[in-house]
Design a binder for this molecule. Structure first.
Ligand code: PGA
Length: 256
């Protein structure tokens, strides 16, 4: 099976709704039809940028999917400060990043919360980008495999195989995020192959073959090509290098 690569921008808490529009317009001029055909592209801006991004992408017919960086699992209610999946669907959001390590570490998201969010995002016909990854201490203690495979199993607990297949998983070693220190392509490949095995255990071989697994952590124009050359790496979740349209366009073109 050939899996179409997916490159997603995770802007984190950067770009307001004005600079987001400028980004979208500049970025679209840097790419051509073949780039869009070769790679699925998603941009996950802050919530406050979603509406202006949606109208810009639609008006200018830019074939870039919109993603959110988080959402709550309930449809509506007394949950001050939260954003519901139904609100995202109304803004034509297709992807939702779930369980990013910053949400887990800074905001205390647990595997159980990640699982609820994954199920809710899927129920609303959006695609979760499920983030997993180990800390430096865990890596040095030889605990990478146990940590990451546990996170995968918990994230997809109770999800039907057919619903797992279209999901995206992002393997992001925490020590590689925003540090300029990326995992070697071989290391990333090794862990990502194990993740595919964990998906097979949770949801069967067919789902594991279909699921797209990204690498994330200091991805930039200079290292994307060697990462994409690995057989199990199906794309990237890009933080810092996604903030500038030229850098991100080069990542989408695998460095060219
Ligand atoms: P980075 O972030 O590319 O800046 O390392 C990746 C991420 O956290 O998704």
């Amino acid at each position: 099976m050939t899996r179409k690569p997916i490159i997603a921008a995770n802007w984190k808490m950067h770009h307001d709704h004005f600079t987001a529009i400028q980004f979208a317009q500049k970025f679209s001029y840097l790419l051509d039809k073949e780039d869009y055909e070769r790679v699925d592209i998603a941009i996950c801006p802050p919530f406050t940028d979603l509406r202006s991004m949606q109208t810009t992408l639609e008006a200018d017919r830019i074939p870039v999917a919109l993603g959110a960086q988080n959402c709550y699992w309930e449809k509506q209610g007394a949950f001050t400060g939260e954003i519901s999946p139904t609100m995202l669907v109304k803004l034509k959001v297709s992807y939702v990043i779930v369980g990013h390590s910053e949400r887990r570490e800074i905001f205390g998201e647990t595997d159980e919360m990640v699982n609820r969010k994954v199920r809710s995002v899927l129920e609303h016909q959006m695609t979760p980008i499920v983030c997993v990854g180990e800390t430096l201490e865990e890596r040095e203690a030889g605990a990478t495999q146990g940590k990451v495979l546990g996170q995968v199993a918990e994230a997809f607990a109770g999800v039907k195989s057919a619903a797992v297949a279209p999901c995206v998983v992002a393997y992001e070693p925490i020590w590689a995020i925003g540090t300029g220190r990326n995992a070697t392509p071989e290391d990333a490949q090794e862990t990502i192959a194990l993740i595919r095995g964990a998906v097979a255990e949770a949801a069967g071989a067919e789902a594991a073959e279909a699921v797209r697994i990204q690498y994330g952590g200091s991805v930039k124009p200079g290292n994307i090509a060697e990462l994409m050359a690995q057989p199990d790496i199906d794309g990237a979740l890009v933080g810092g290098a996604s903030l500038d349209p030229e850098d991100f366009a080069r990542v989408v073109r695998f460095g060219a």
